[in-house]
Design a protein around this ligand. Sequence first.
Ligand code: ZN
Length: 375
Amino acid sequence: MHISSHFDSGNIDVIDATNIKDIKLAIKKDNNSEFYQWFHFNVHNNEHTEHVFHITNAGQAAYVEGWQDYQAVASYDREHWFRVPTNFDGQNLTITFTPEFDSTYFAYFAPYSYDRHQSLIHNAQLSDACQLQLLGHTLDGRDISVLKVGQEAEGKPVIWLTARQHPGETMAEWFMEGFIERLLDIDDGVAVSLLNTAVFYLVPNMNPDGSVRGHLRTNAAGVNLNREWDNPTMENSPEVYLVREKMLATGVDMHLDIHGDEALPYNFVAGGEGIPSYDERLAKLENAFKDILLAITPEFQDDKGYEKDEPGKANLSLGSNWVGEQFNCLAYTLEMPFKDNILLPDTEMGWSDNRSRILGKDVLTAIYHLVDDLR
Ligand code: ZN
């Protein structure tokens, strides 16, 4: 048996792989950080009998509640990811699996590779409506790219979407793939109409270094980008610094920051009720966005989510809070589950790459209904 993680977004340490019924593994920490939870590894074995994998340091991972009622994903072809029997005993995350083929990949969620990211943004630039802009480079030297879709004009709202500040939250980039695909579809009336009335800036991956390194939550320097927005630096967080500079140049009339949540088995949004400039207008816009999305898709709900910030107590180092305060605009963090949407459970797939993509398309419809009211 051979276990490997020497590939894009790979993460696992092999402690002991001598006994197929008691394979001991551990997740590596993000570089220069205490965070860990993302795993992604390959197992090659021509013995197609039951394998039992124990991730032995799961009990100290960043979000231990994330392992409760969680099922890992596996794939033979790296395209189709299905859930596999997984159990958490408070310390070990145990995956029990009998492979049908010699080589199997396992991951925390369907991975989204850097190569696929490059294909996504380069396919997008083939559209007449889309321009691929290079903002600068990460600490590891990767591109920080933004897609500009549509043409700026006087009075046209500027809508920003950012995703995957936390690189292990791959559902955020699957969401962006669906959103971009729909926005660039010239046969889609919602998209065509939106591009007549608004201009979009889209960052499908805010943290390519963390993504390739197999991190859960930080960039190459071990910095949590979603705690940098009030004071980013080129030394620690060029990803945020450069995107923020661009936002200051374009202005922002709406912002969605796309994430995944380890623990909660729901889709939900977290708003700006705690930012100093929060007022009735922003509250009305937030409620309108939620009501519209509730009407569009049963995948969204507004009963379960994070505790709301007290007035004036928001942490302005978070992306959507900083943007909401800086530009006095509708700014939401949107969270999808790692587990499943338990309001619409799918035992084979759980919450998936494809469901994330469809939610991205549905959010475009929500923006369409709201775009005239943003200012
Ligand atoms: Zn996140």
